[in-house]
Design a protein around this ligand. Structure first.
Ligand SMILES: NC(=O)c1ccc[n+]([C@@H]2O[C@H](COP(=O)([O-])OP(=O)(O)OC[C@H]3O[C@@H](n4cnc5c(N)ncnc54)[C@H](OP(=O)(O)O)[C@@H]3O)[C@@H](O)[C@H]2O)c1
Length: 302
């Protein structure tokens, strides 16, 4: 084999290893640099609460793109159908079912139906949540109850029914969405911070209870992420882009920008994958540095 052949072979071998889409042998290595798609979740049953938009939607799409059979819920039927359709159009496997995480019968029916359909539950992402931005003395009792019943009771209910299936199977991974706000309170975020700290408590207890049964449970703490959760409804794209640009450096020390939902999704997939077999009971901040601390700002003249 001459030197040219050796170079060609190593180019082809390297391209194959990298998953490059095409490589010509006419001397001009024309490689469409498309990394080989990873399929860490081929055939696995993944259940997600709150995937009609935002982080849940991005995570459902990311799991489906890696071969998972995704079952997800949320209350807004038209959005659920849209996400289901988009995943199927892209060649993925997704099933939407309307369910409200505050309602035990609805969540039990959702979990059981997806487990029946997919032959169990390998991975669950308990993500549905709502925000709250009022001072505690201005919050009504029913507003407080709604935040707790979605963010805390909803996570408890989903986990309760998912674990029944995982215990039978002897394995499972659960990721629950907490928030950087669990670690970093705001004056007008009392109800939300309380609820997201409660999620961490559920996760720690569940990790201890179910670890001996082969089930890992972790919390993810996203920082401010560009979803409907933080974007005011109806704001024009250009205004929102300008707002985001100014928001990052003022509020997120570290990376100085909001996260994109796909970035949180990637972290969820990593936690759910076999890459972290020894991680359970953890609270993983994916927040651009927000909870690491704050820059010191010195008063003028000091
Ligand atoms: N965006 C951020 O800055 C940020 C930061 C930290 C943590 N988080 C957390 O991330 C999670 C996802 O939020 P997001 O940012 O992706 O906002 P989003 O786009 O508003 O998504 C919230 C999801 O939760 C679902 N949901 C809310 N109440 C529900 C209920 N009662 N039953 C079923 N589903 C329900 C919503 O679906 P339906 O409305 O269709 O029911 C939607 O799919 C939440 O837990 C939130 O607290 C967000």
């Amino acid at each position: 084999m001459n030197a040219q052949d050796t170079t060609r072979r190593s180019l082809l071998g390297g391209a194959a290893a990298l998953g490059l889409a095409s490589l010509t042998l006419d001397g001009t290595a024309r490689a469409a640099a498309r990394p080989r798609a990873r399929r860490r979740f081929d055939g696995m049953s993944v259940l997600i609460t709150g995937a009609t938009s935002g982080i849940g939607e991005a995570t459902a799409k990311a799991f489906a793109a890696e071969g998972a059979r995704v079952g997800f819920c949320g209350r807004r039927v038209s959005l659920g159908r849209r996400v289901e359709h988009e995943i199927r159009e892209a060649g993925g496997d997704a099933t939407y079912m309307r369910a409200d995480v505050r309602e035990p019968e609805q969540i039990r029916a959702f979990v059981d139906r997806m487990a029946d359909r997919h032959g169990g539950i390998d991975i669950a992402f308990n993500n549905a949540g709502v925000g709250s931005g009022k001072l505690l003395h201005e919050l009504t009792v029913s507003e407080w109850d709604d935040v707790q019943s979605t963010n805390v009771r909803g996570v408890f209910l989903a986990l309760k029914y998912e674990v029944e299936h995982m215990l039978k199977a002897g394995h499972g991974v659960i990721v629950c969405t907490s928030s950087s706000a669990a670690e970093q309170a705001r004056p007008n975020g009392g109800a939300y911070t309380a609820s997201k700290r409660a999620v961490q408590g559920i996760v720690k207890s569940a990790a201890l209870a179910y670890g001996p049964h082969g089930i890992r449970v972790n919390a993810i703490l996203p920082g401010t992420t560009d979803t409907a959760f933080v974007r005011p409804p109806g704001i024009p794209d250009a205004d929102w882009a300008a707002y985001k640009k100014a928001f990052g450096p003022l509020n997120i020390d570290g990376l100085e920008r909001m996260a994109e939902p796909q970035e949180i999704a990637r972290a969820v997939l990593a936690l759910a994958s076999d890459d972290f077999p020894y991680m359970t009971g953890a609270s993983v901040a994916v927040d651009g540095g927000s909870t690491a601390g704050r820059k010191m700002v010195r008063p003028a003249g000091a």
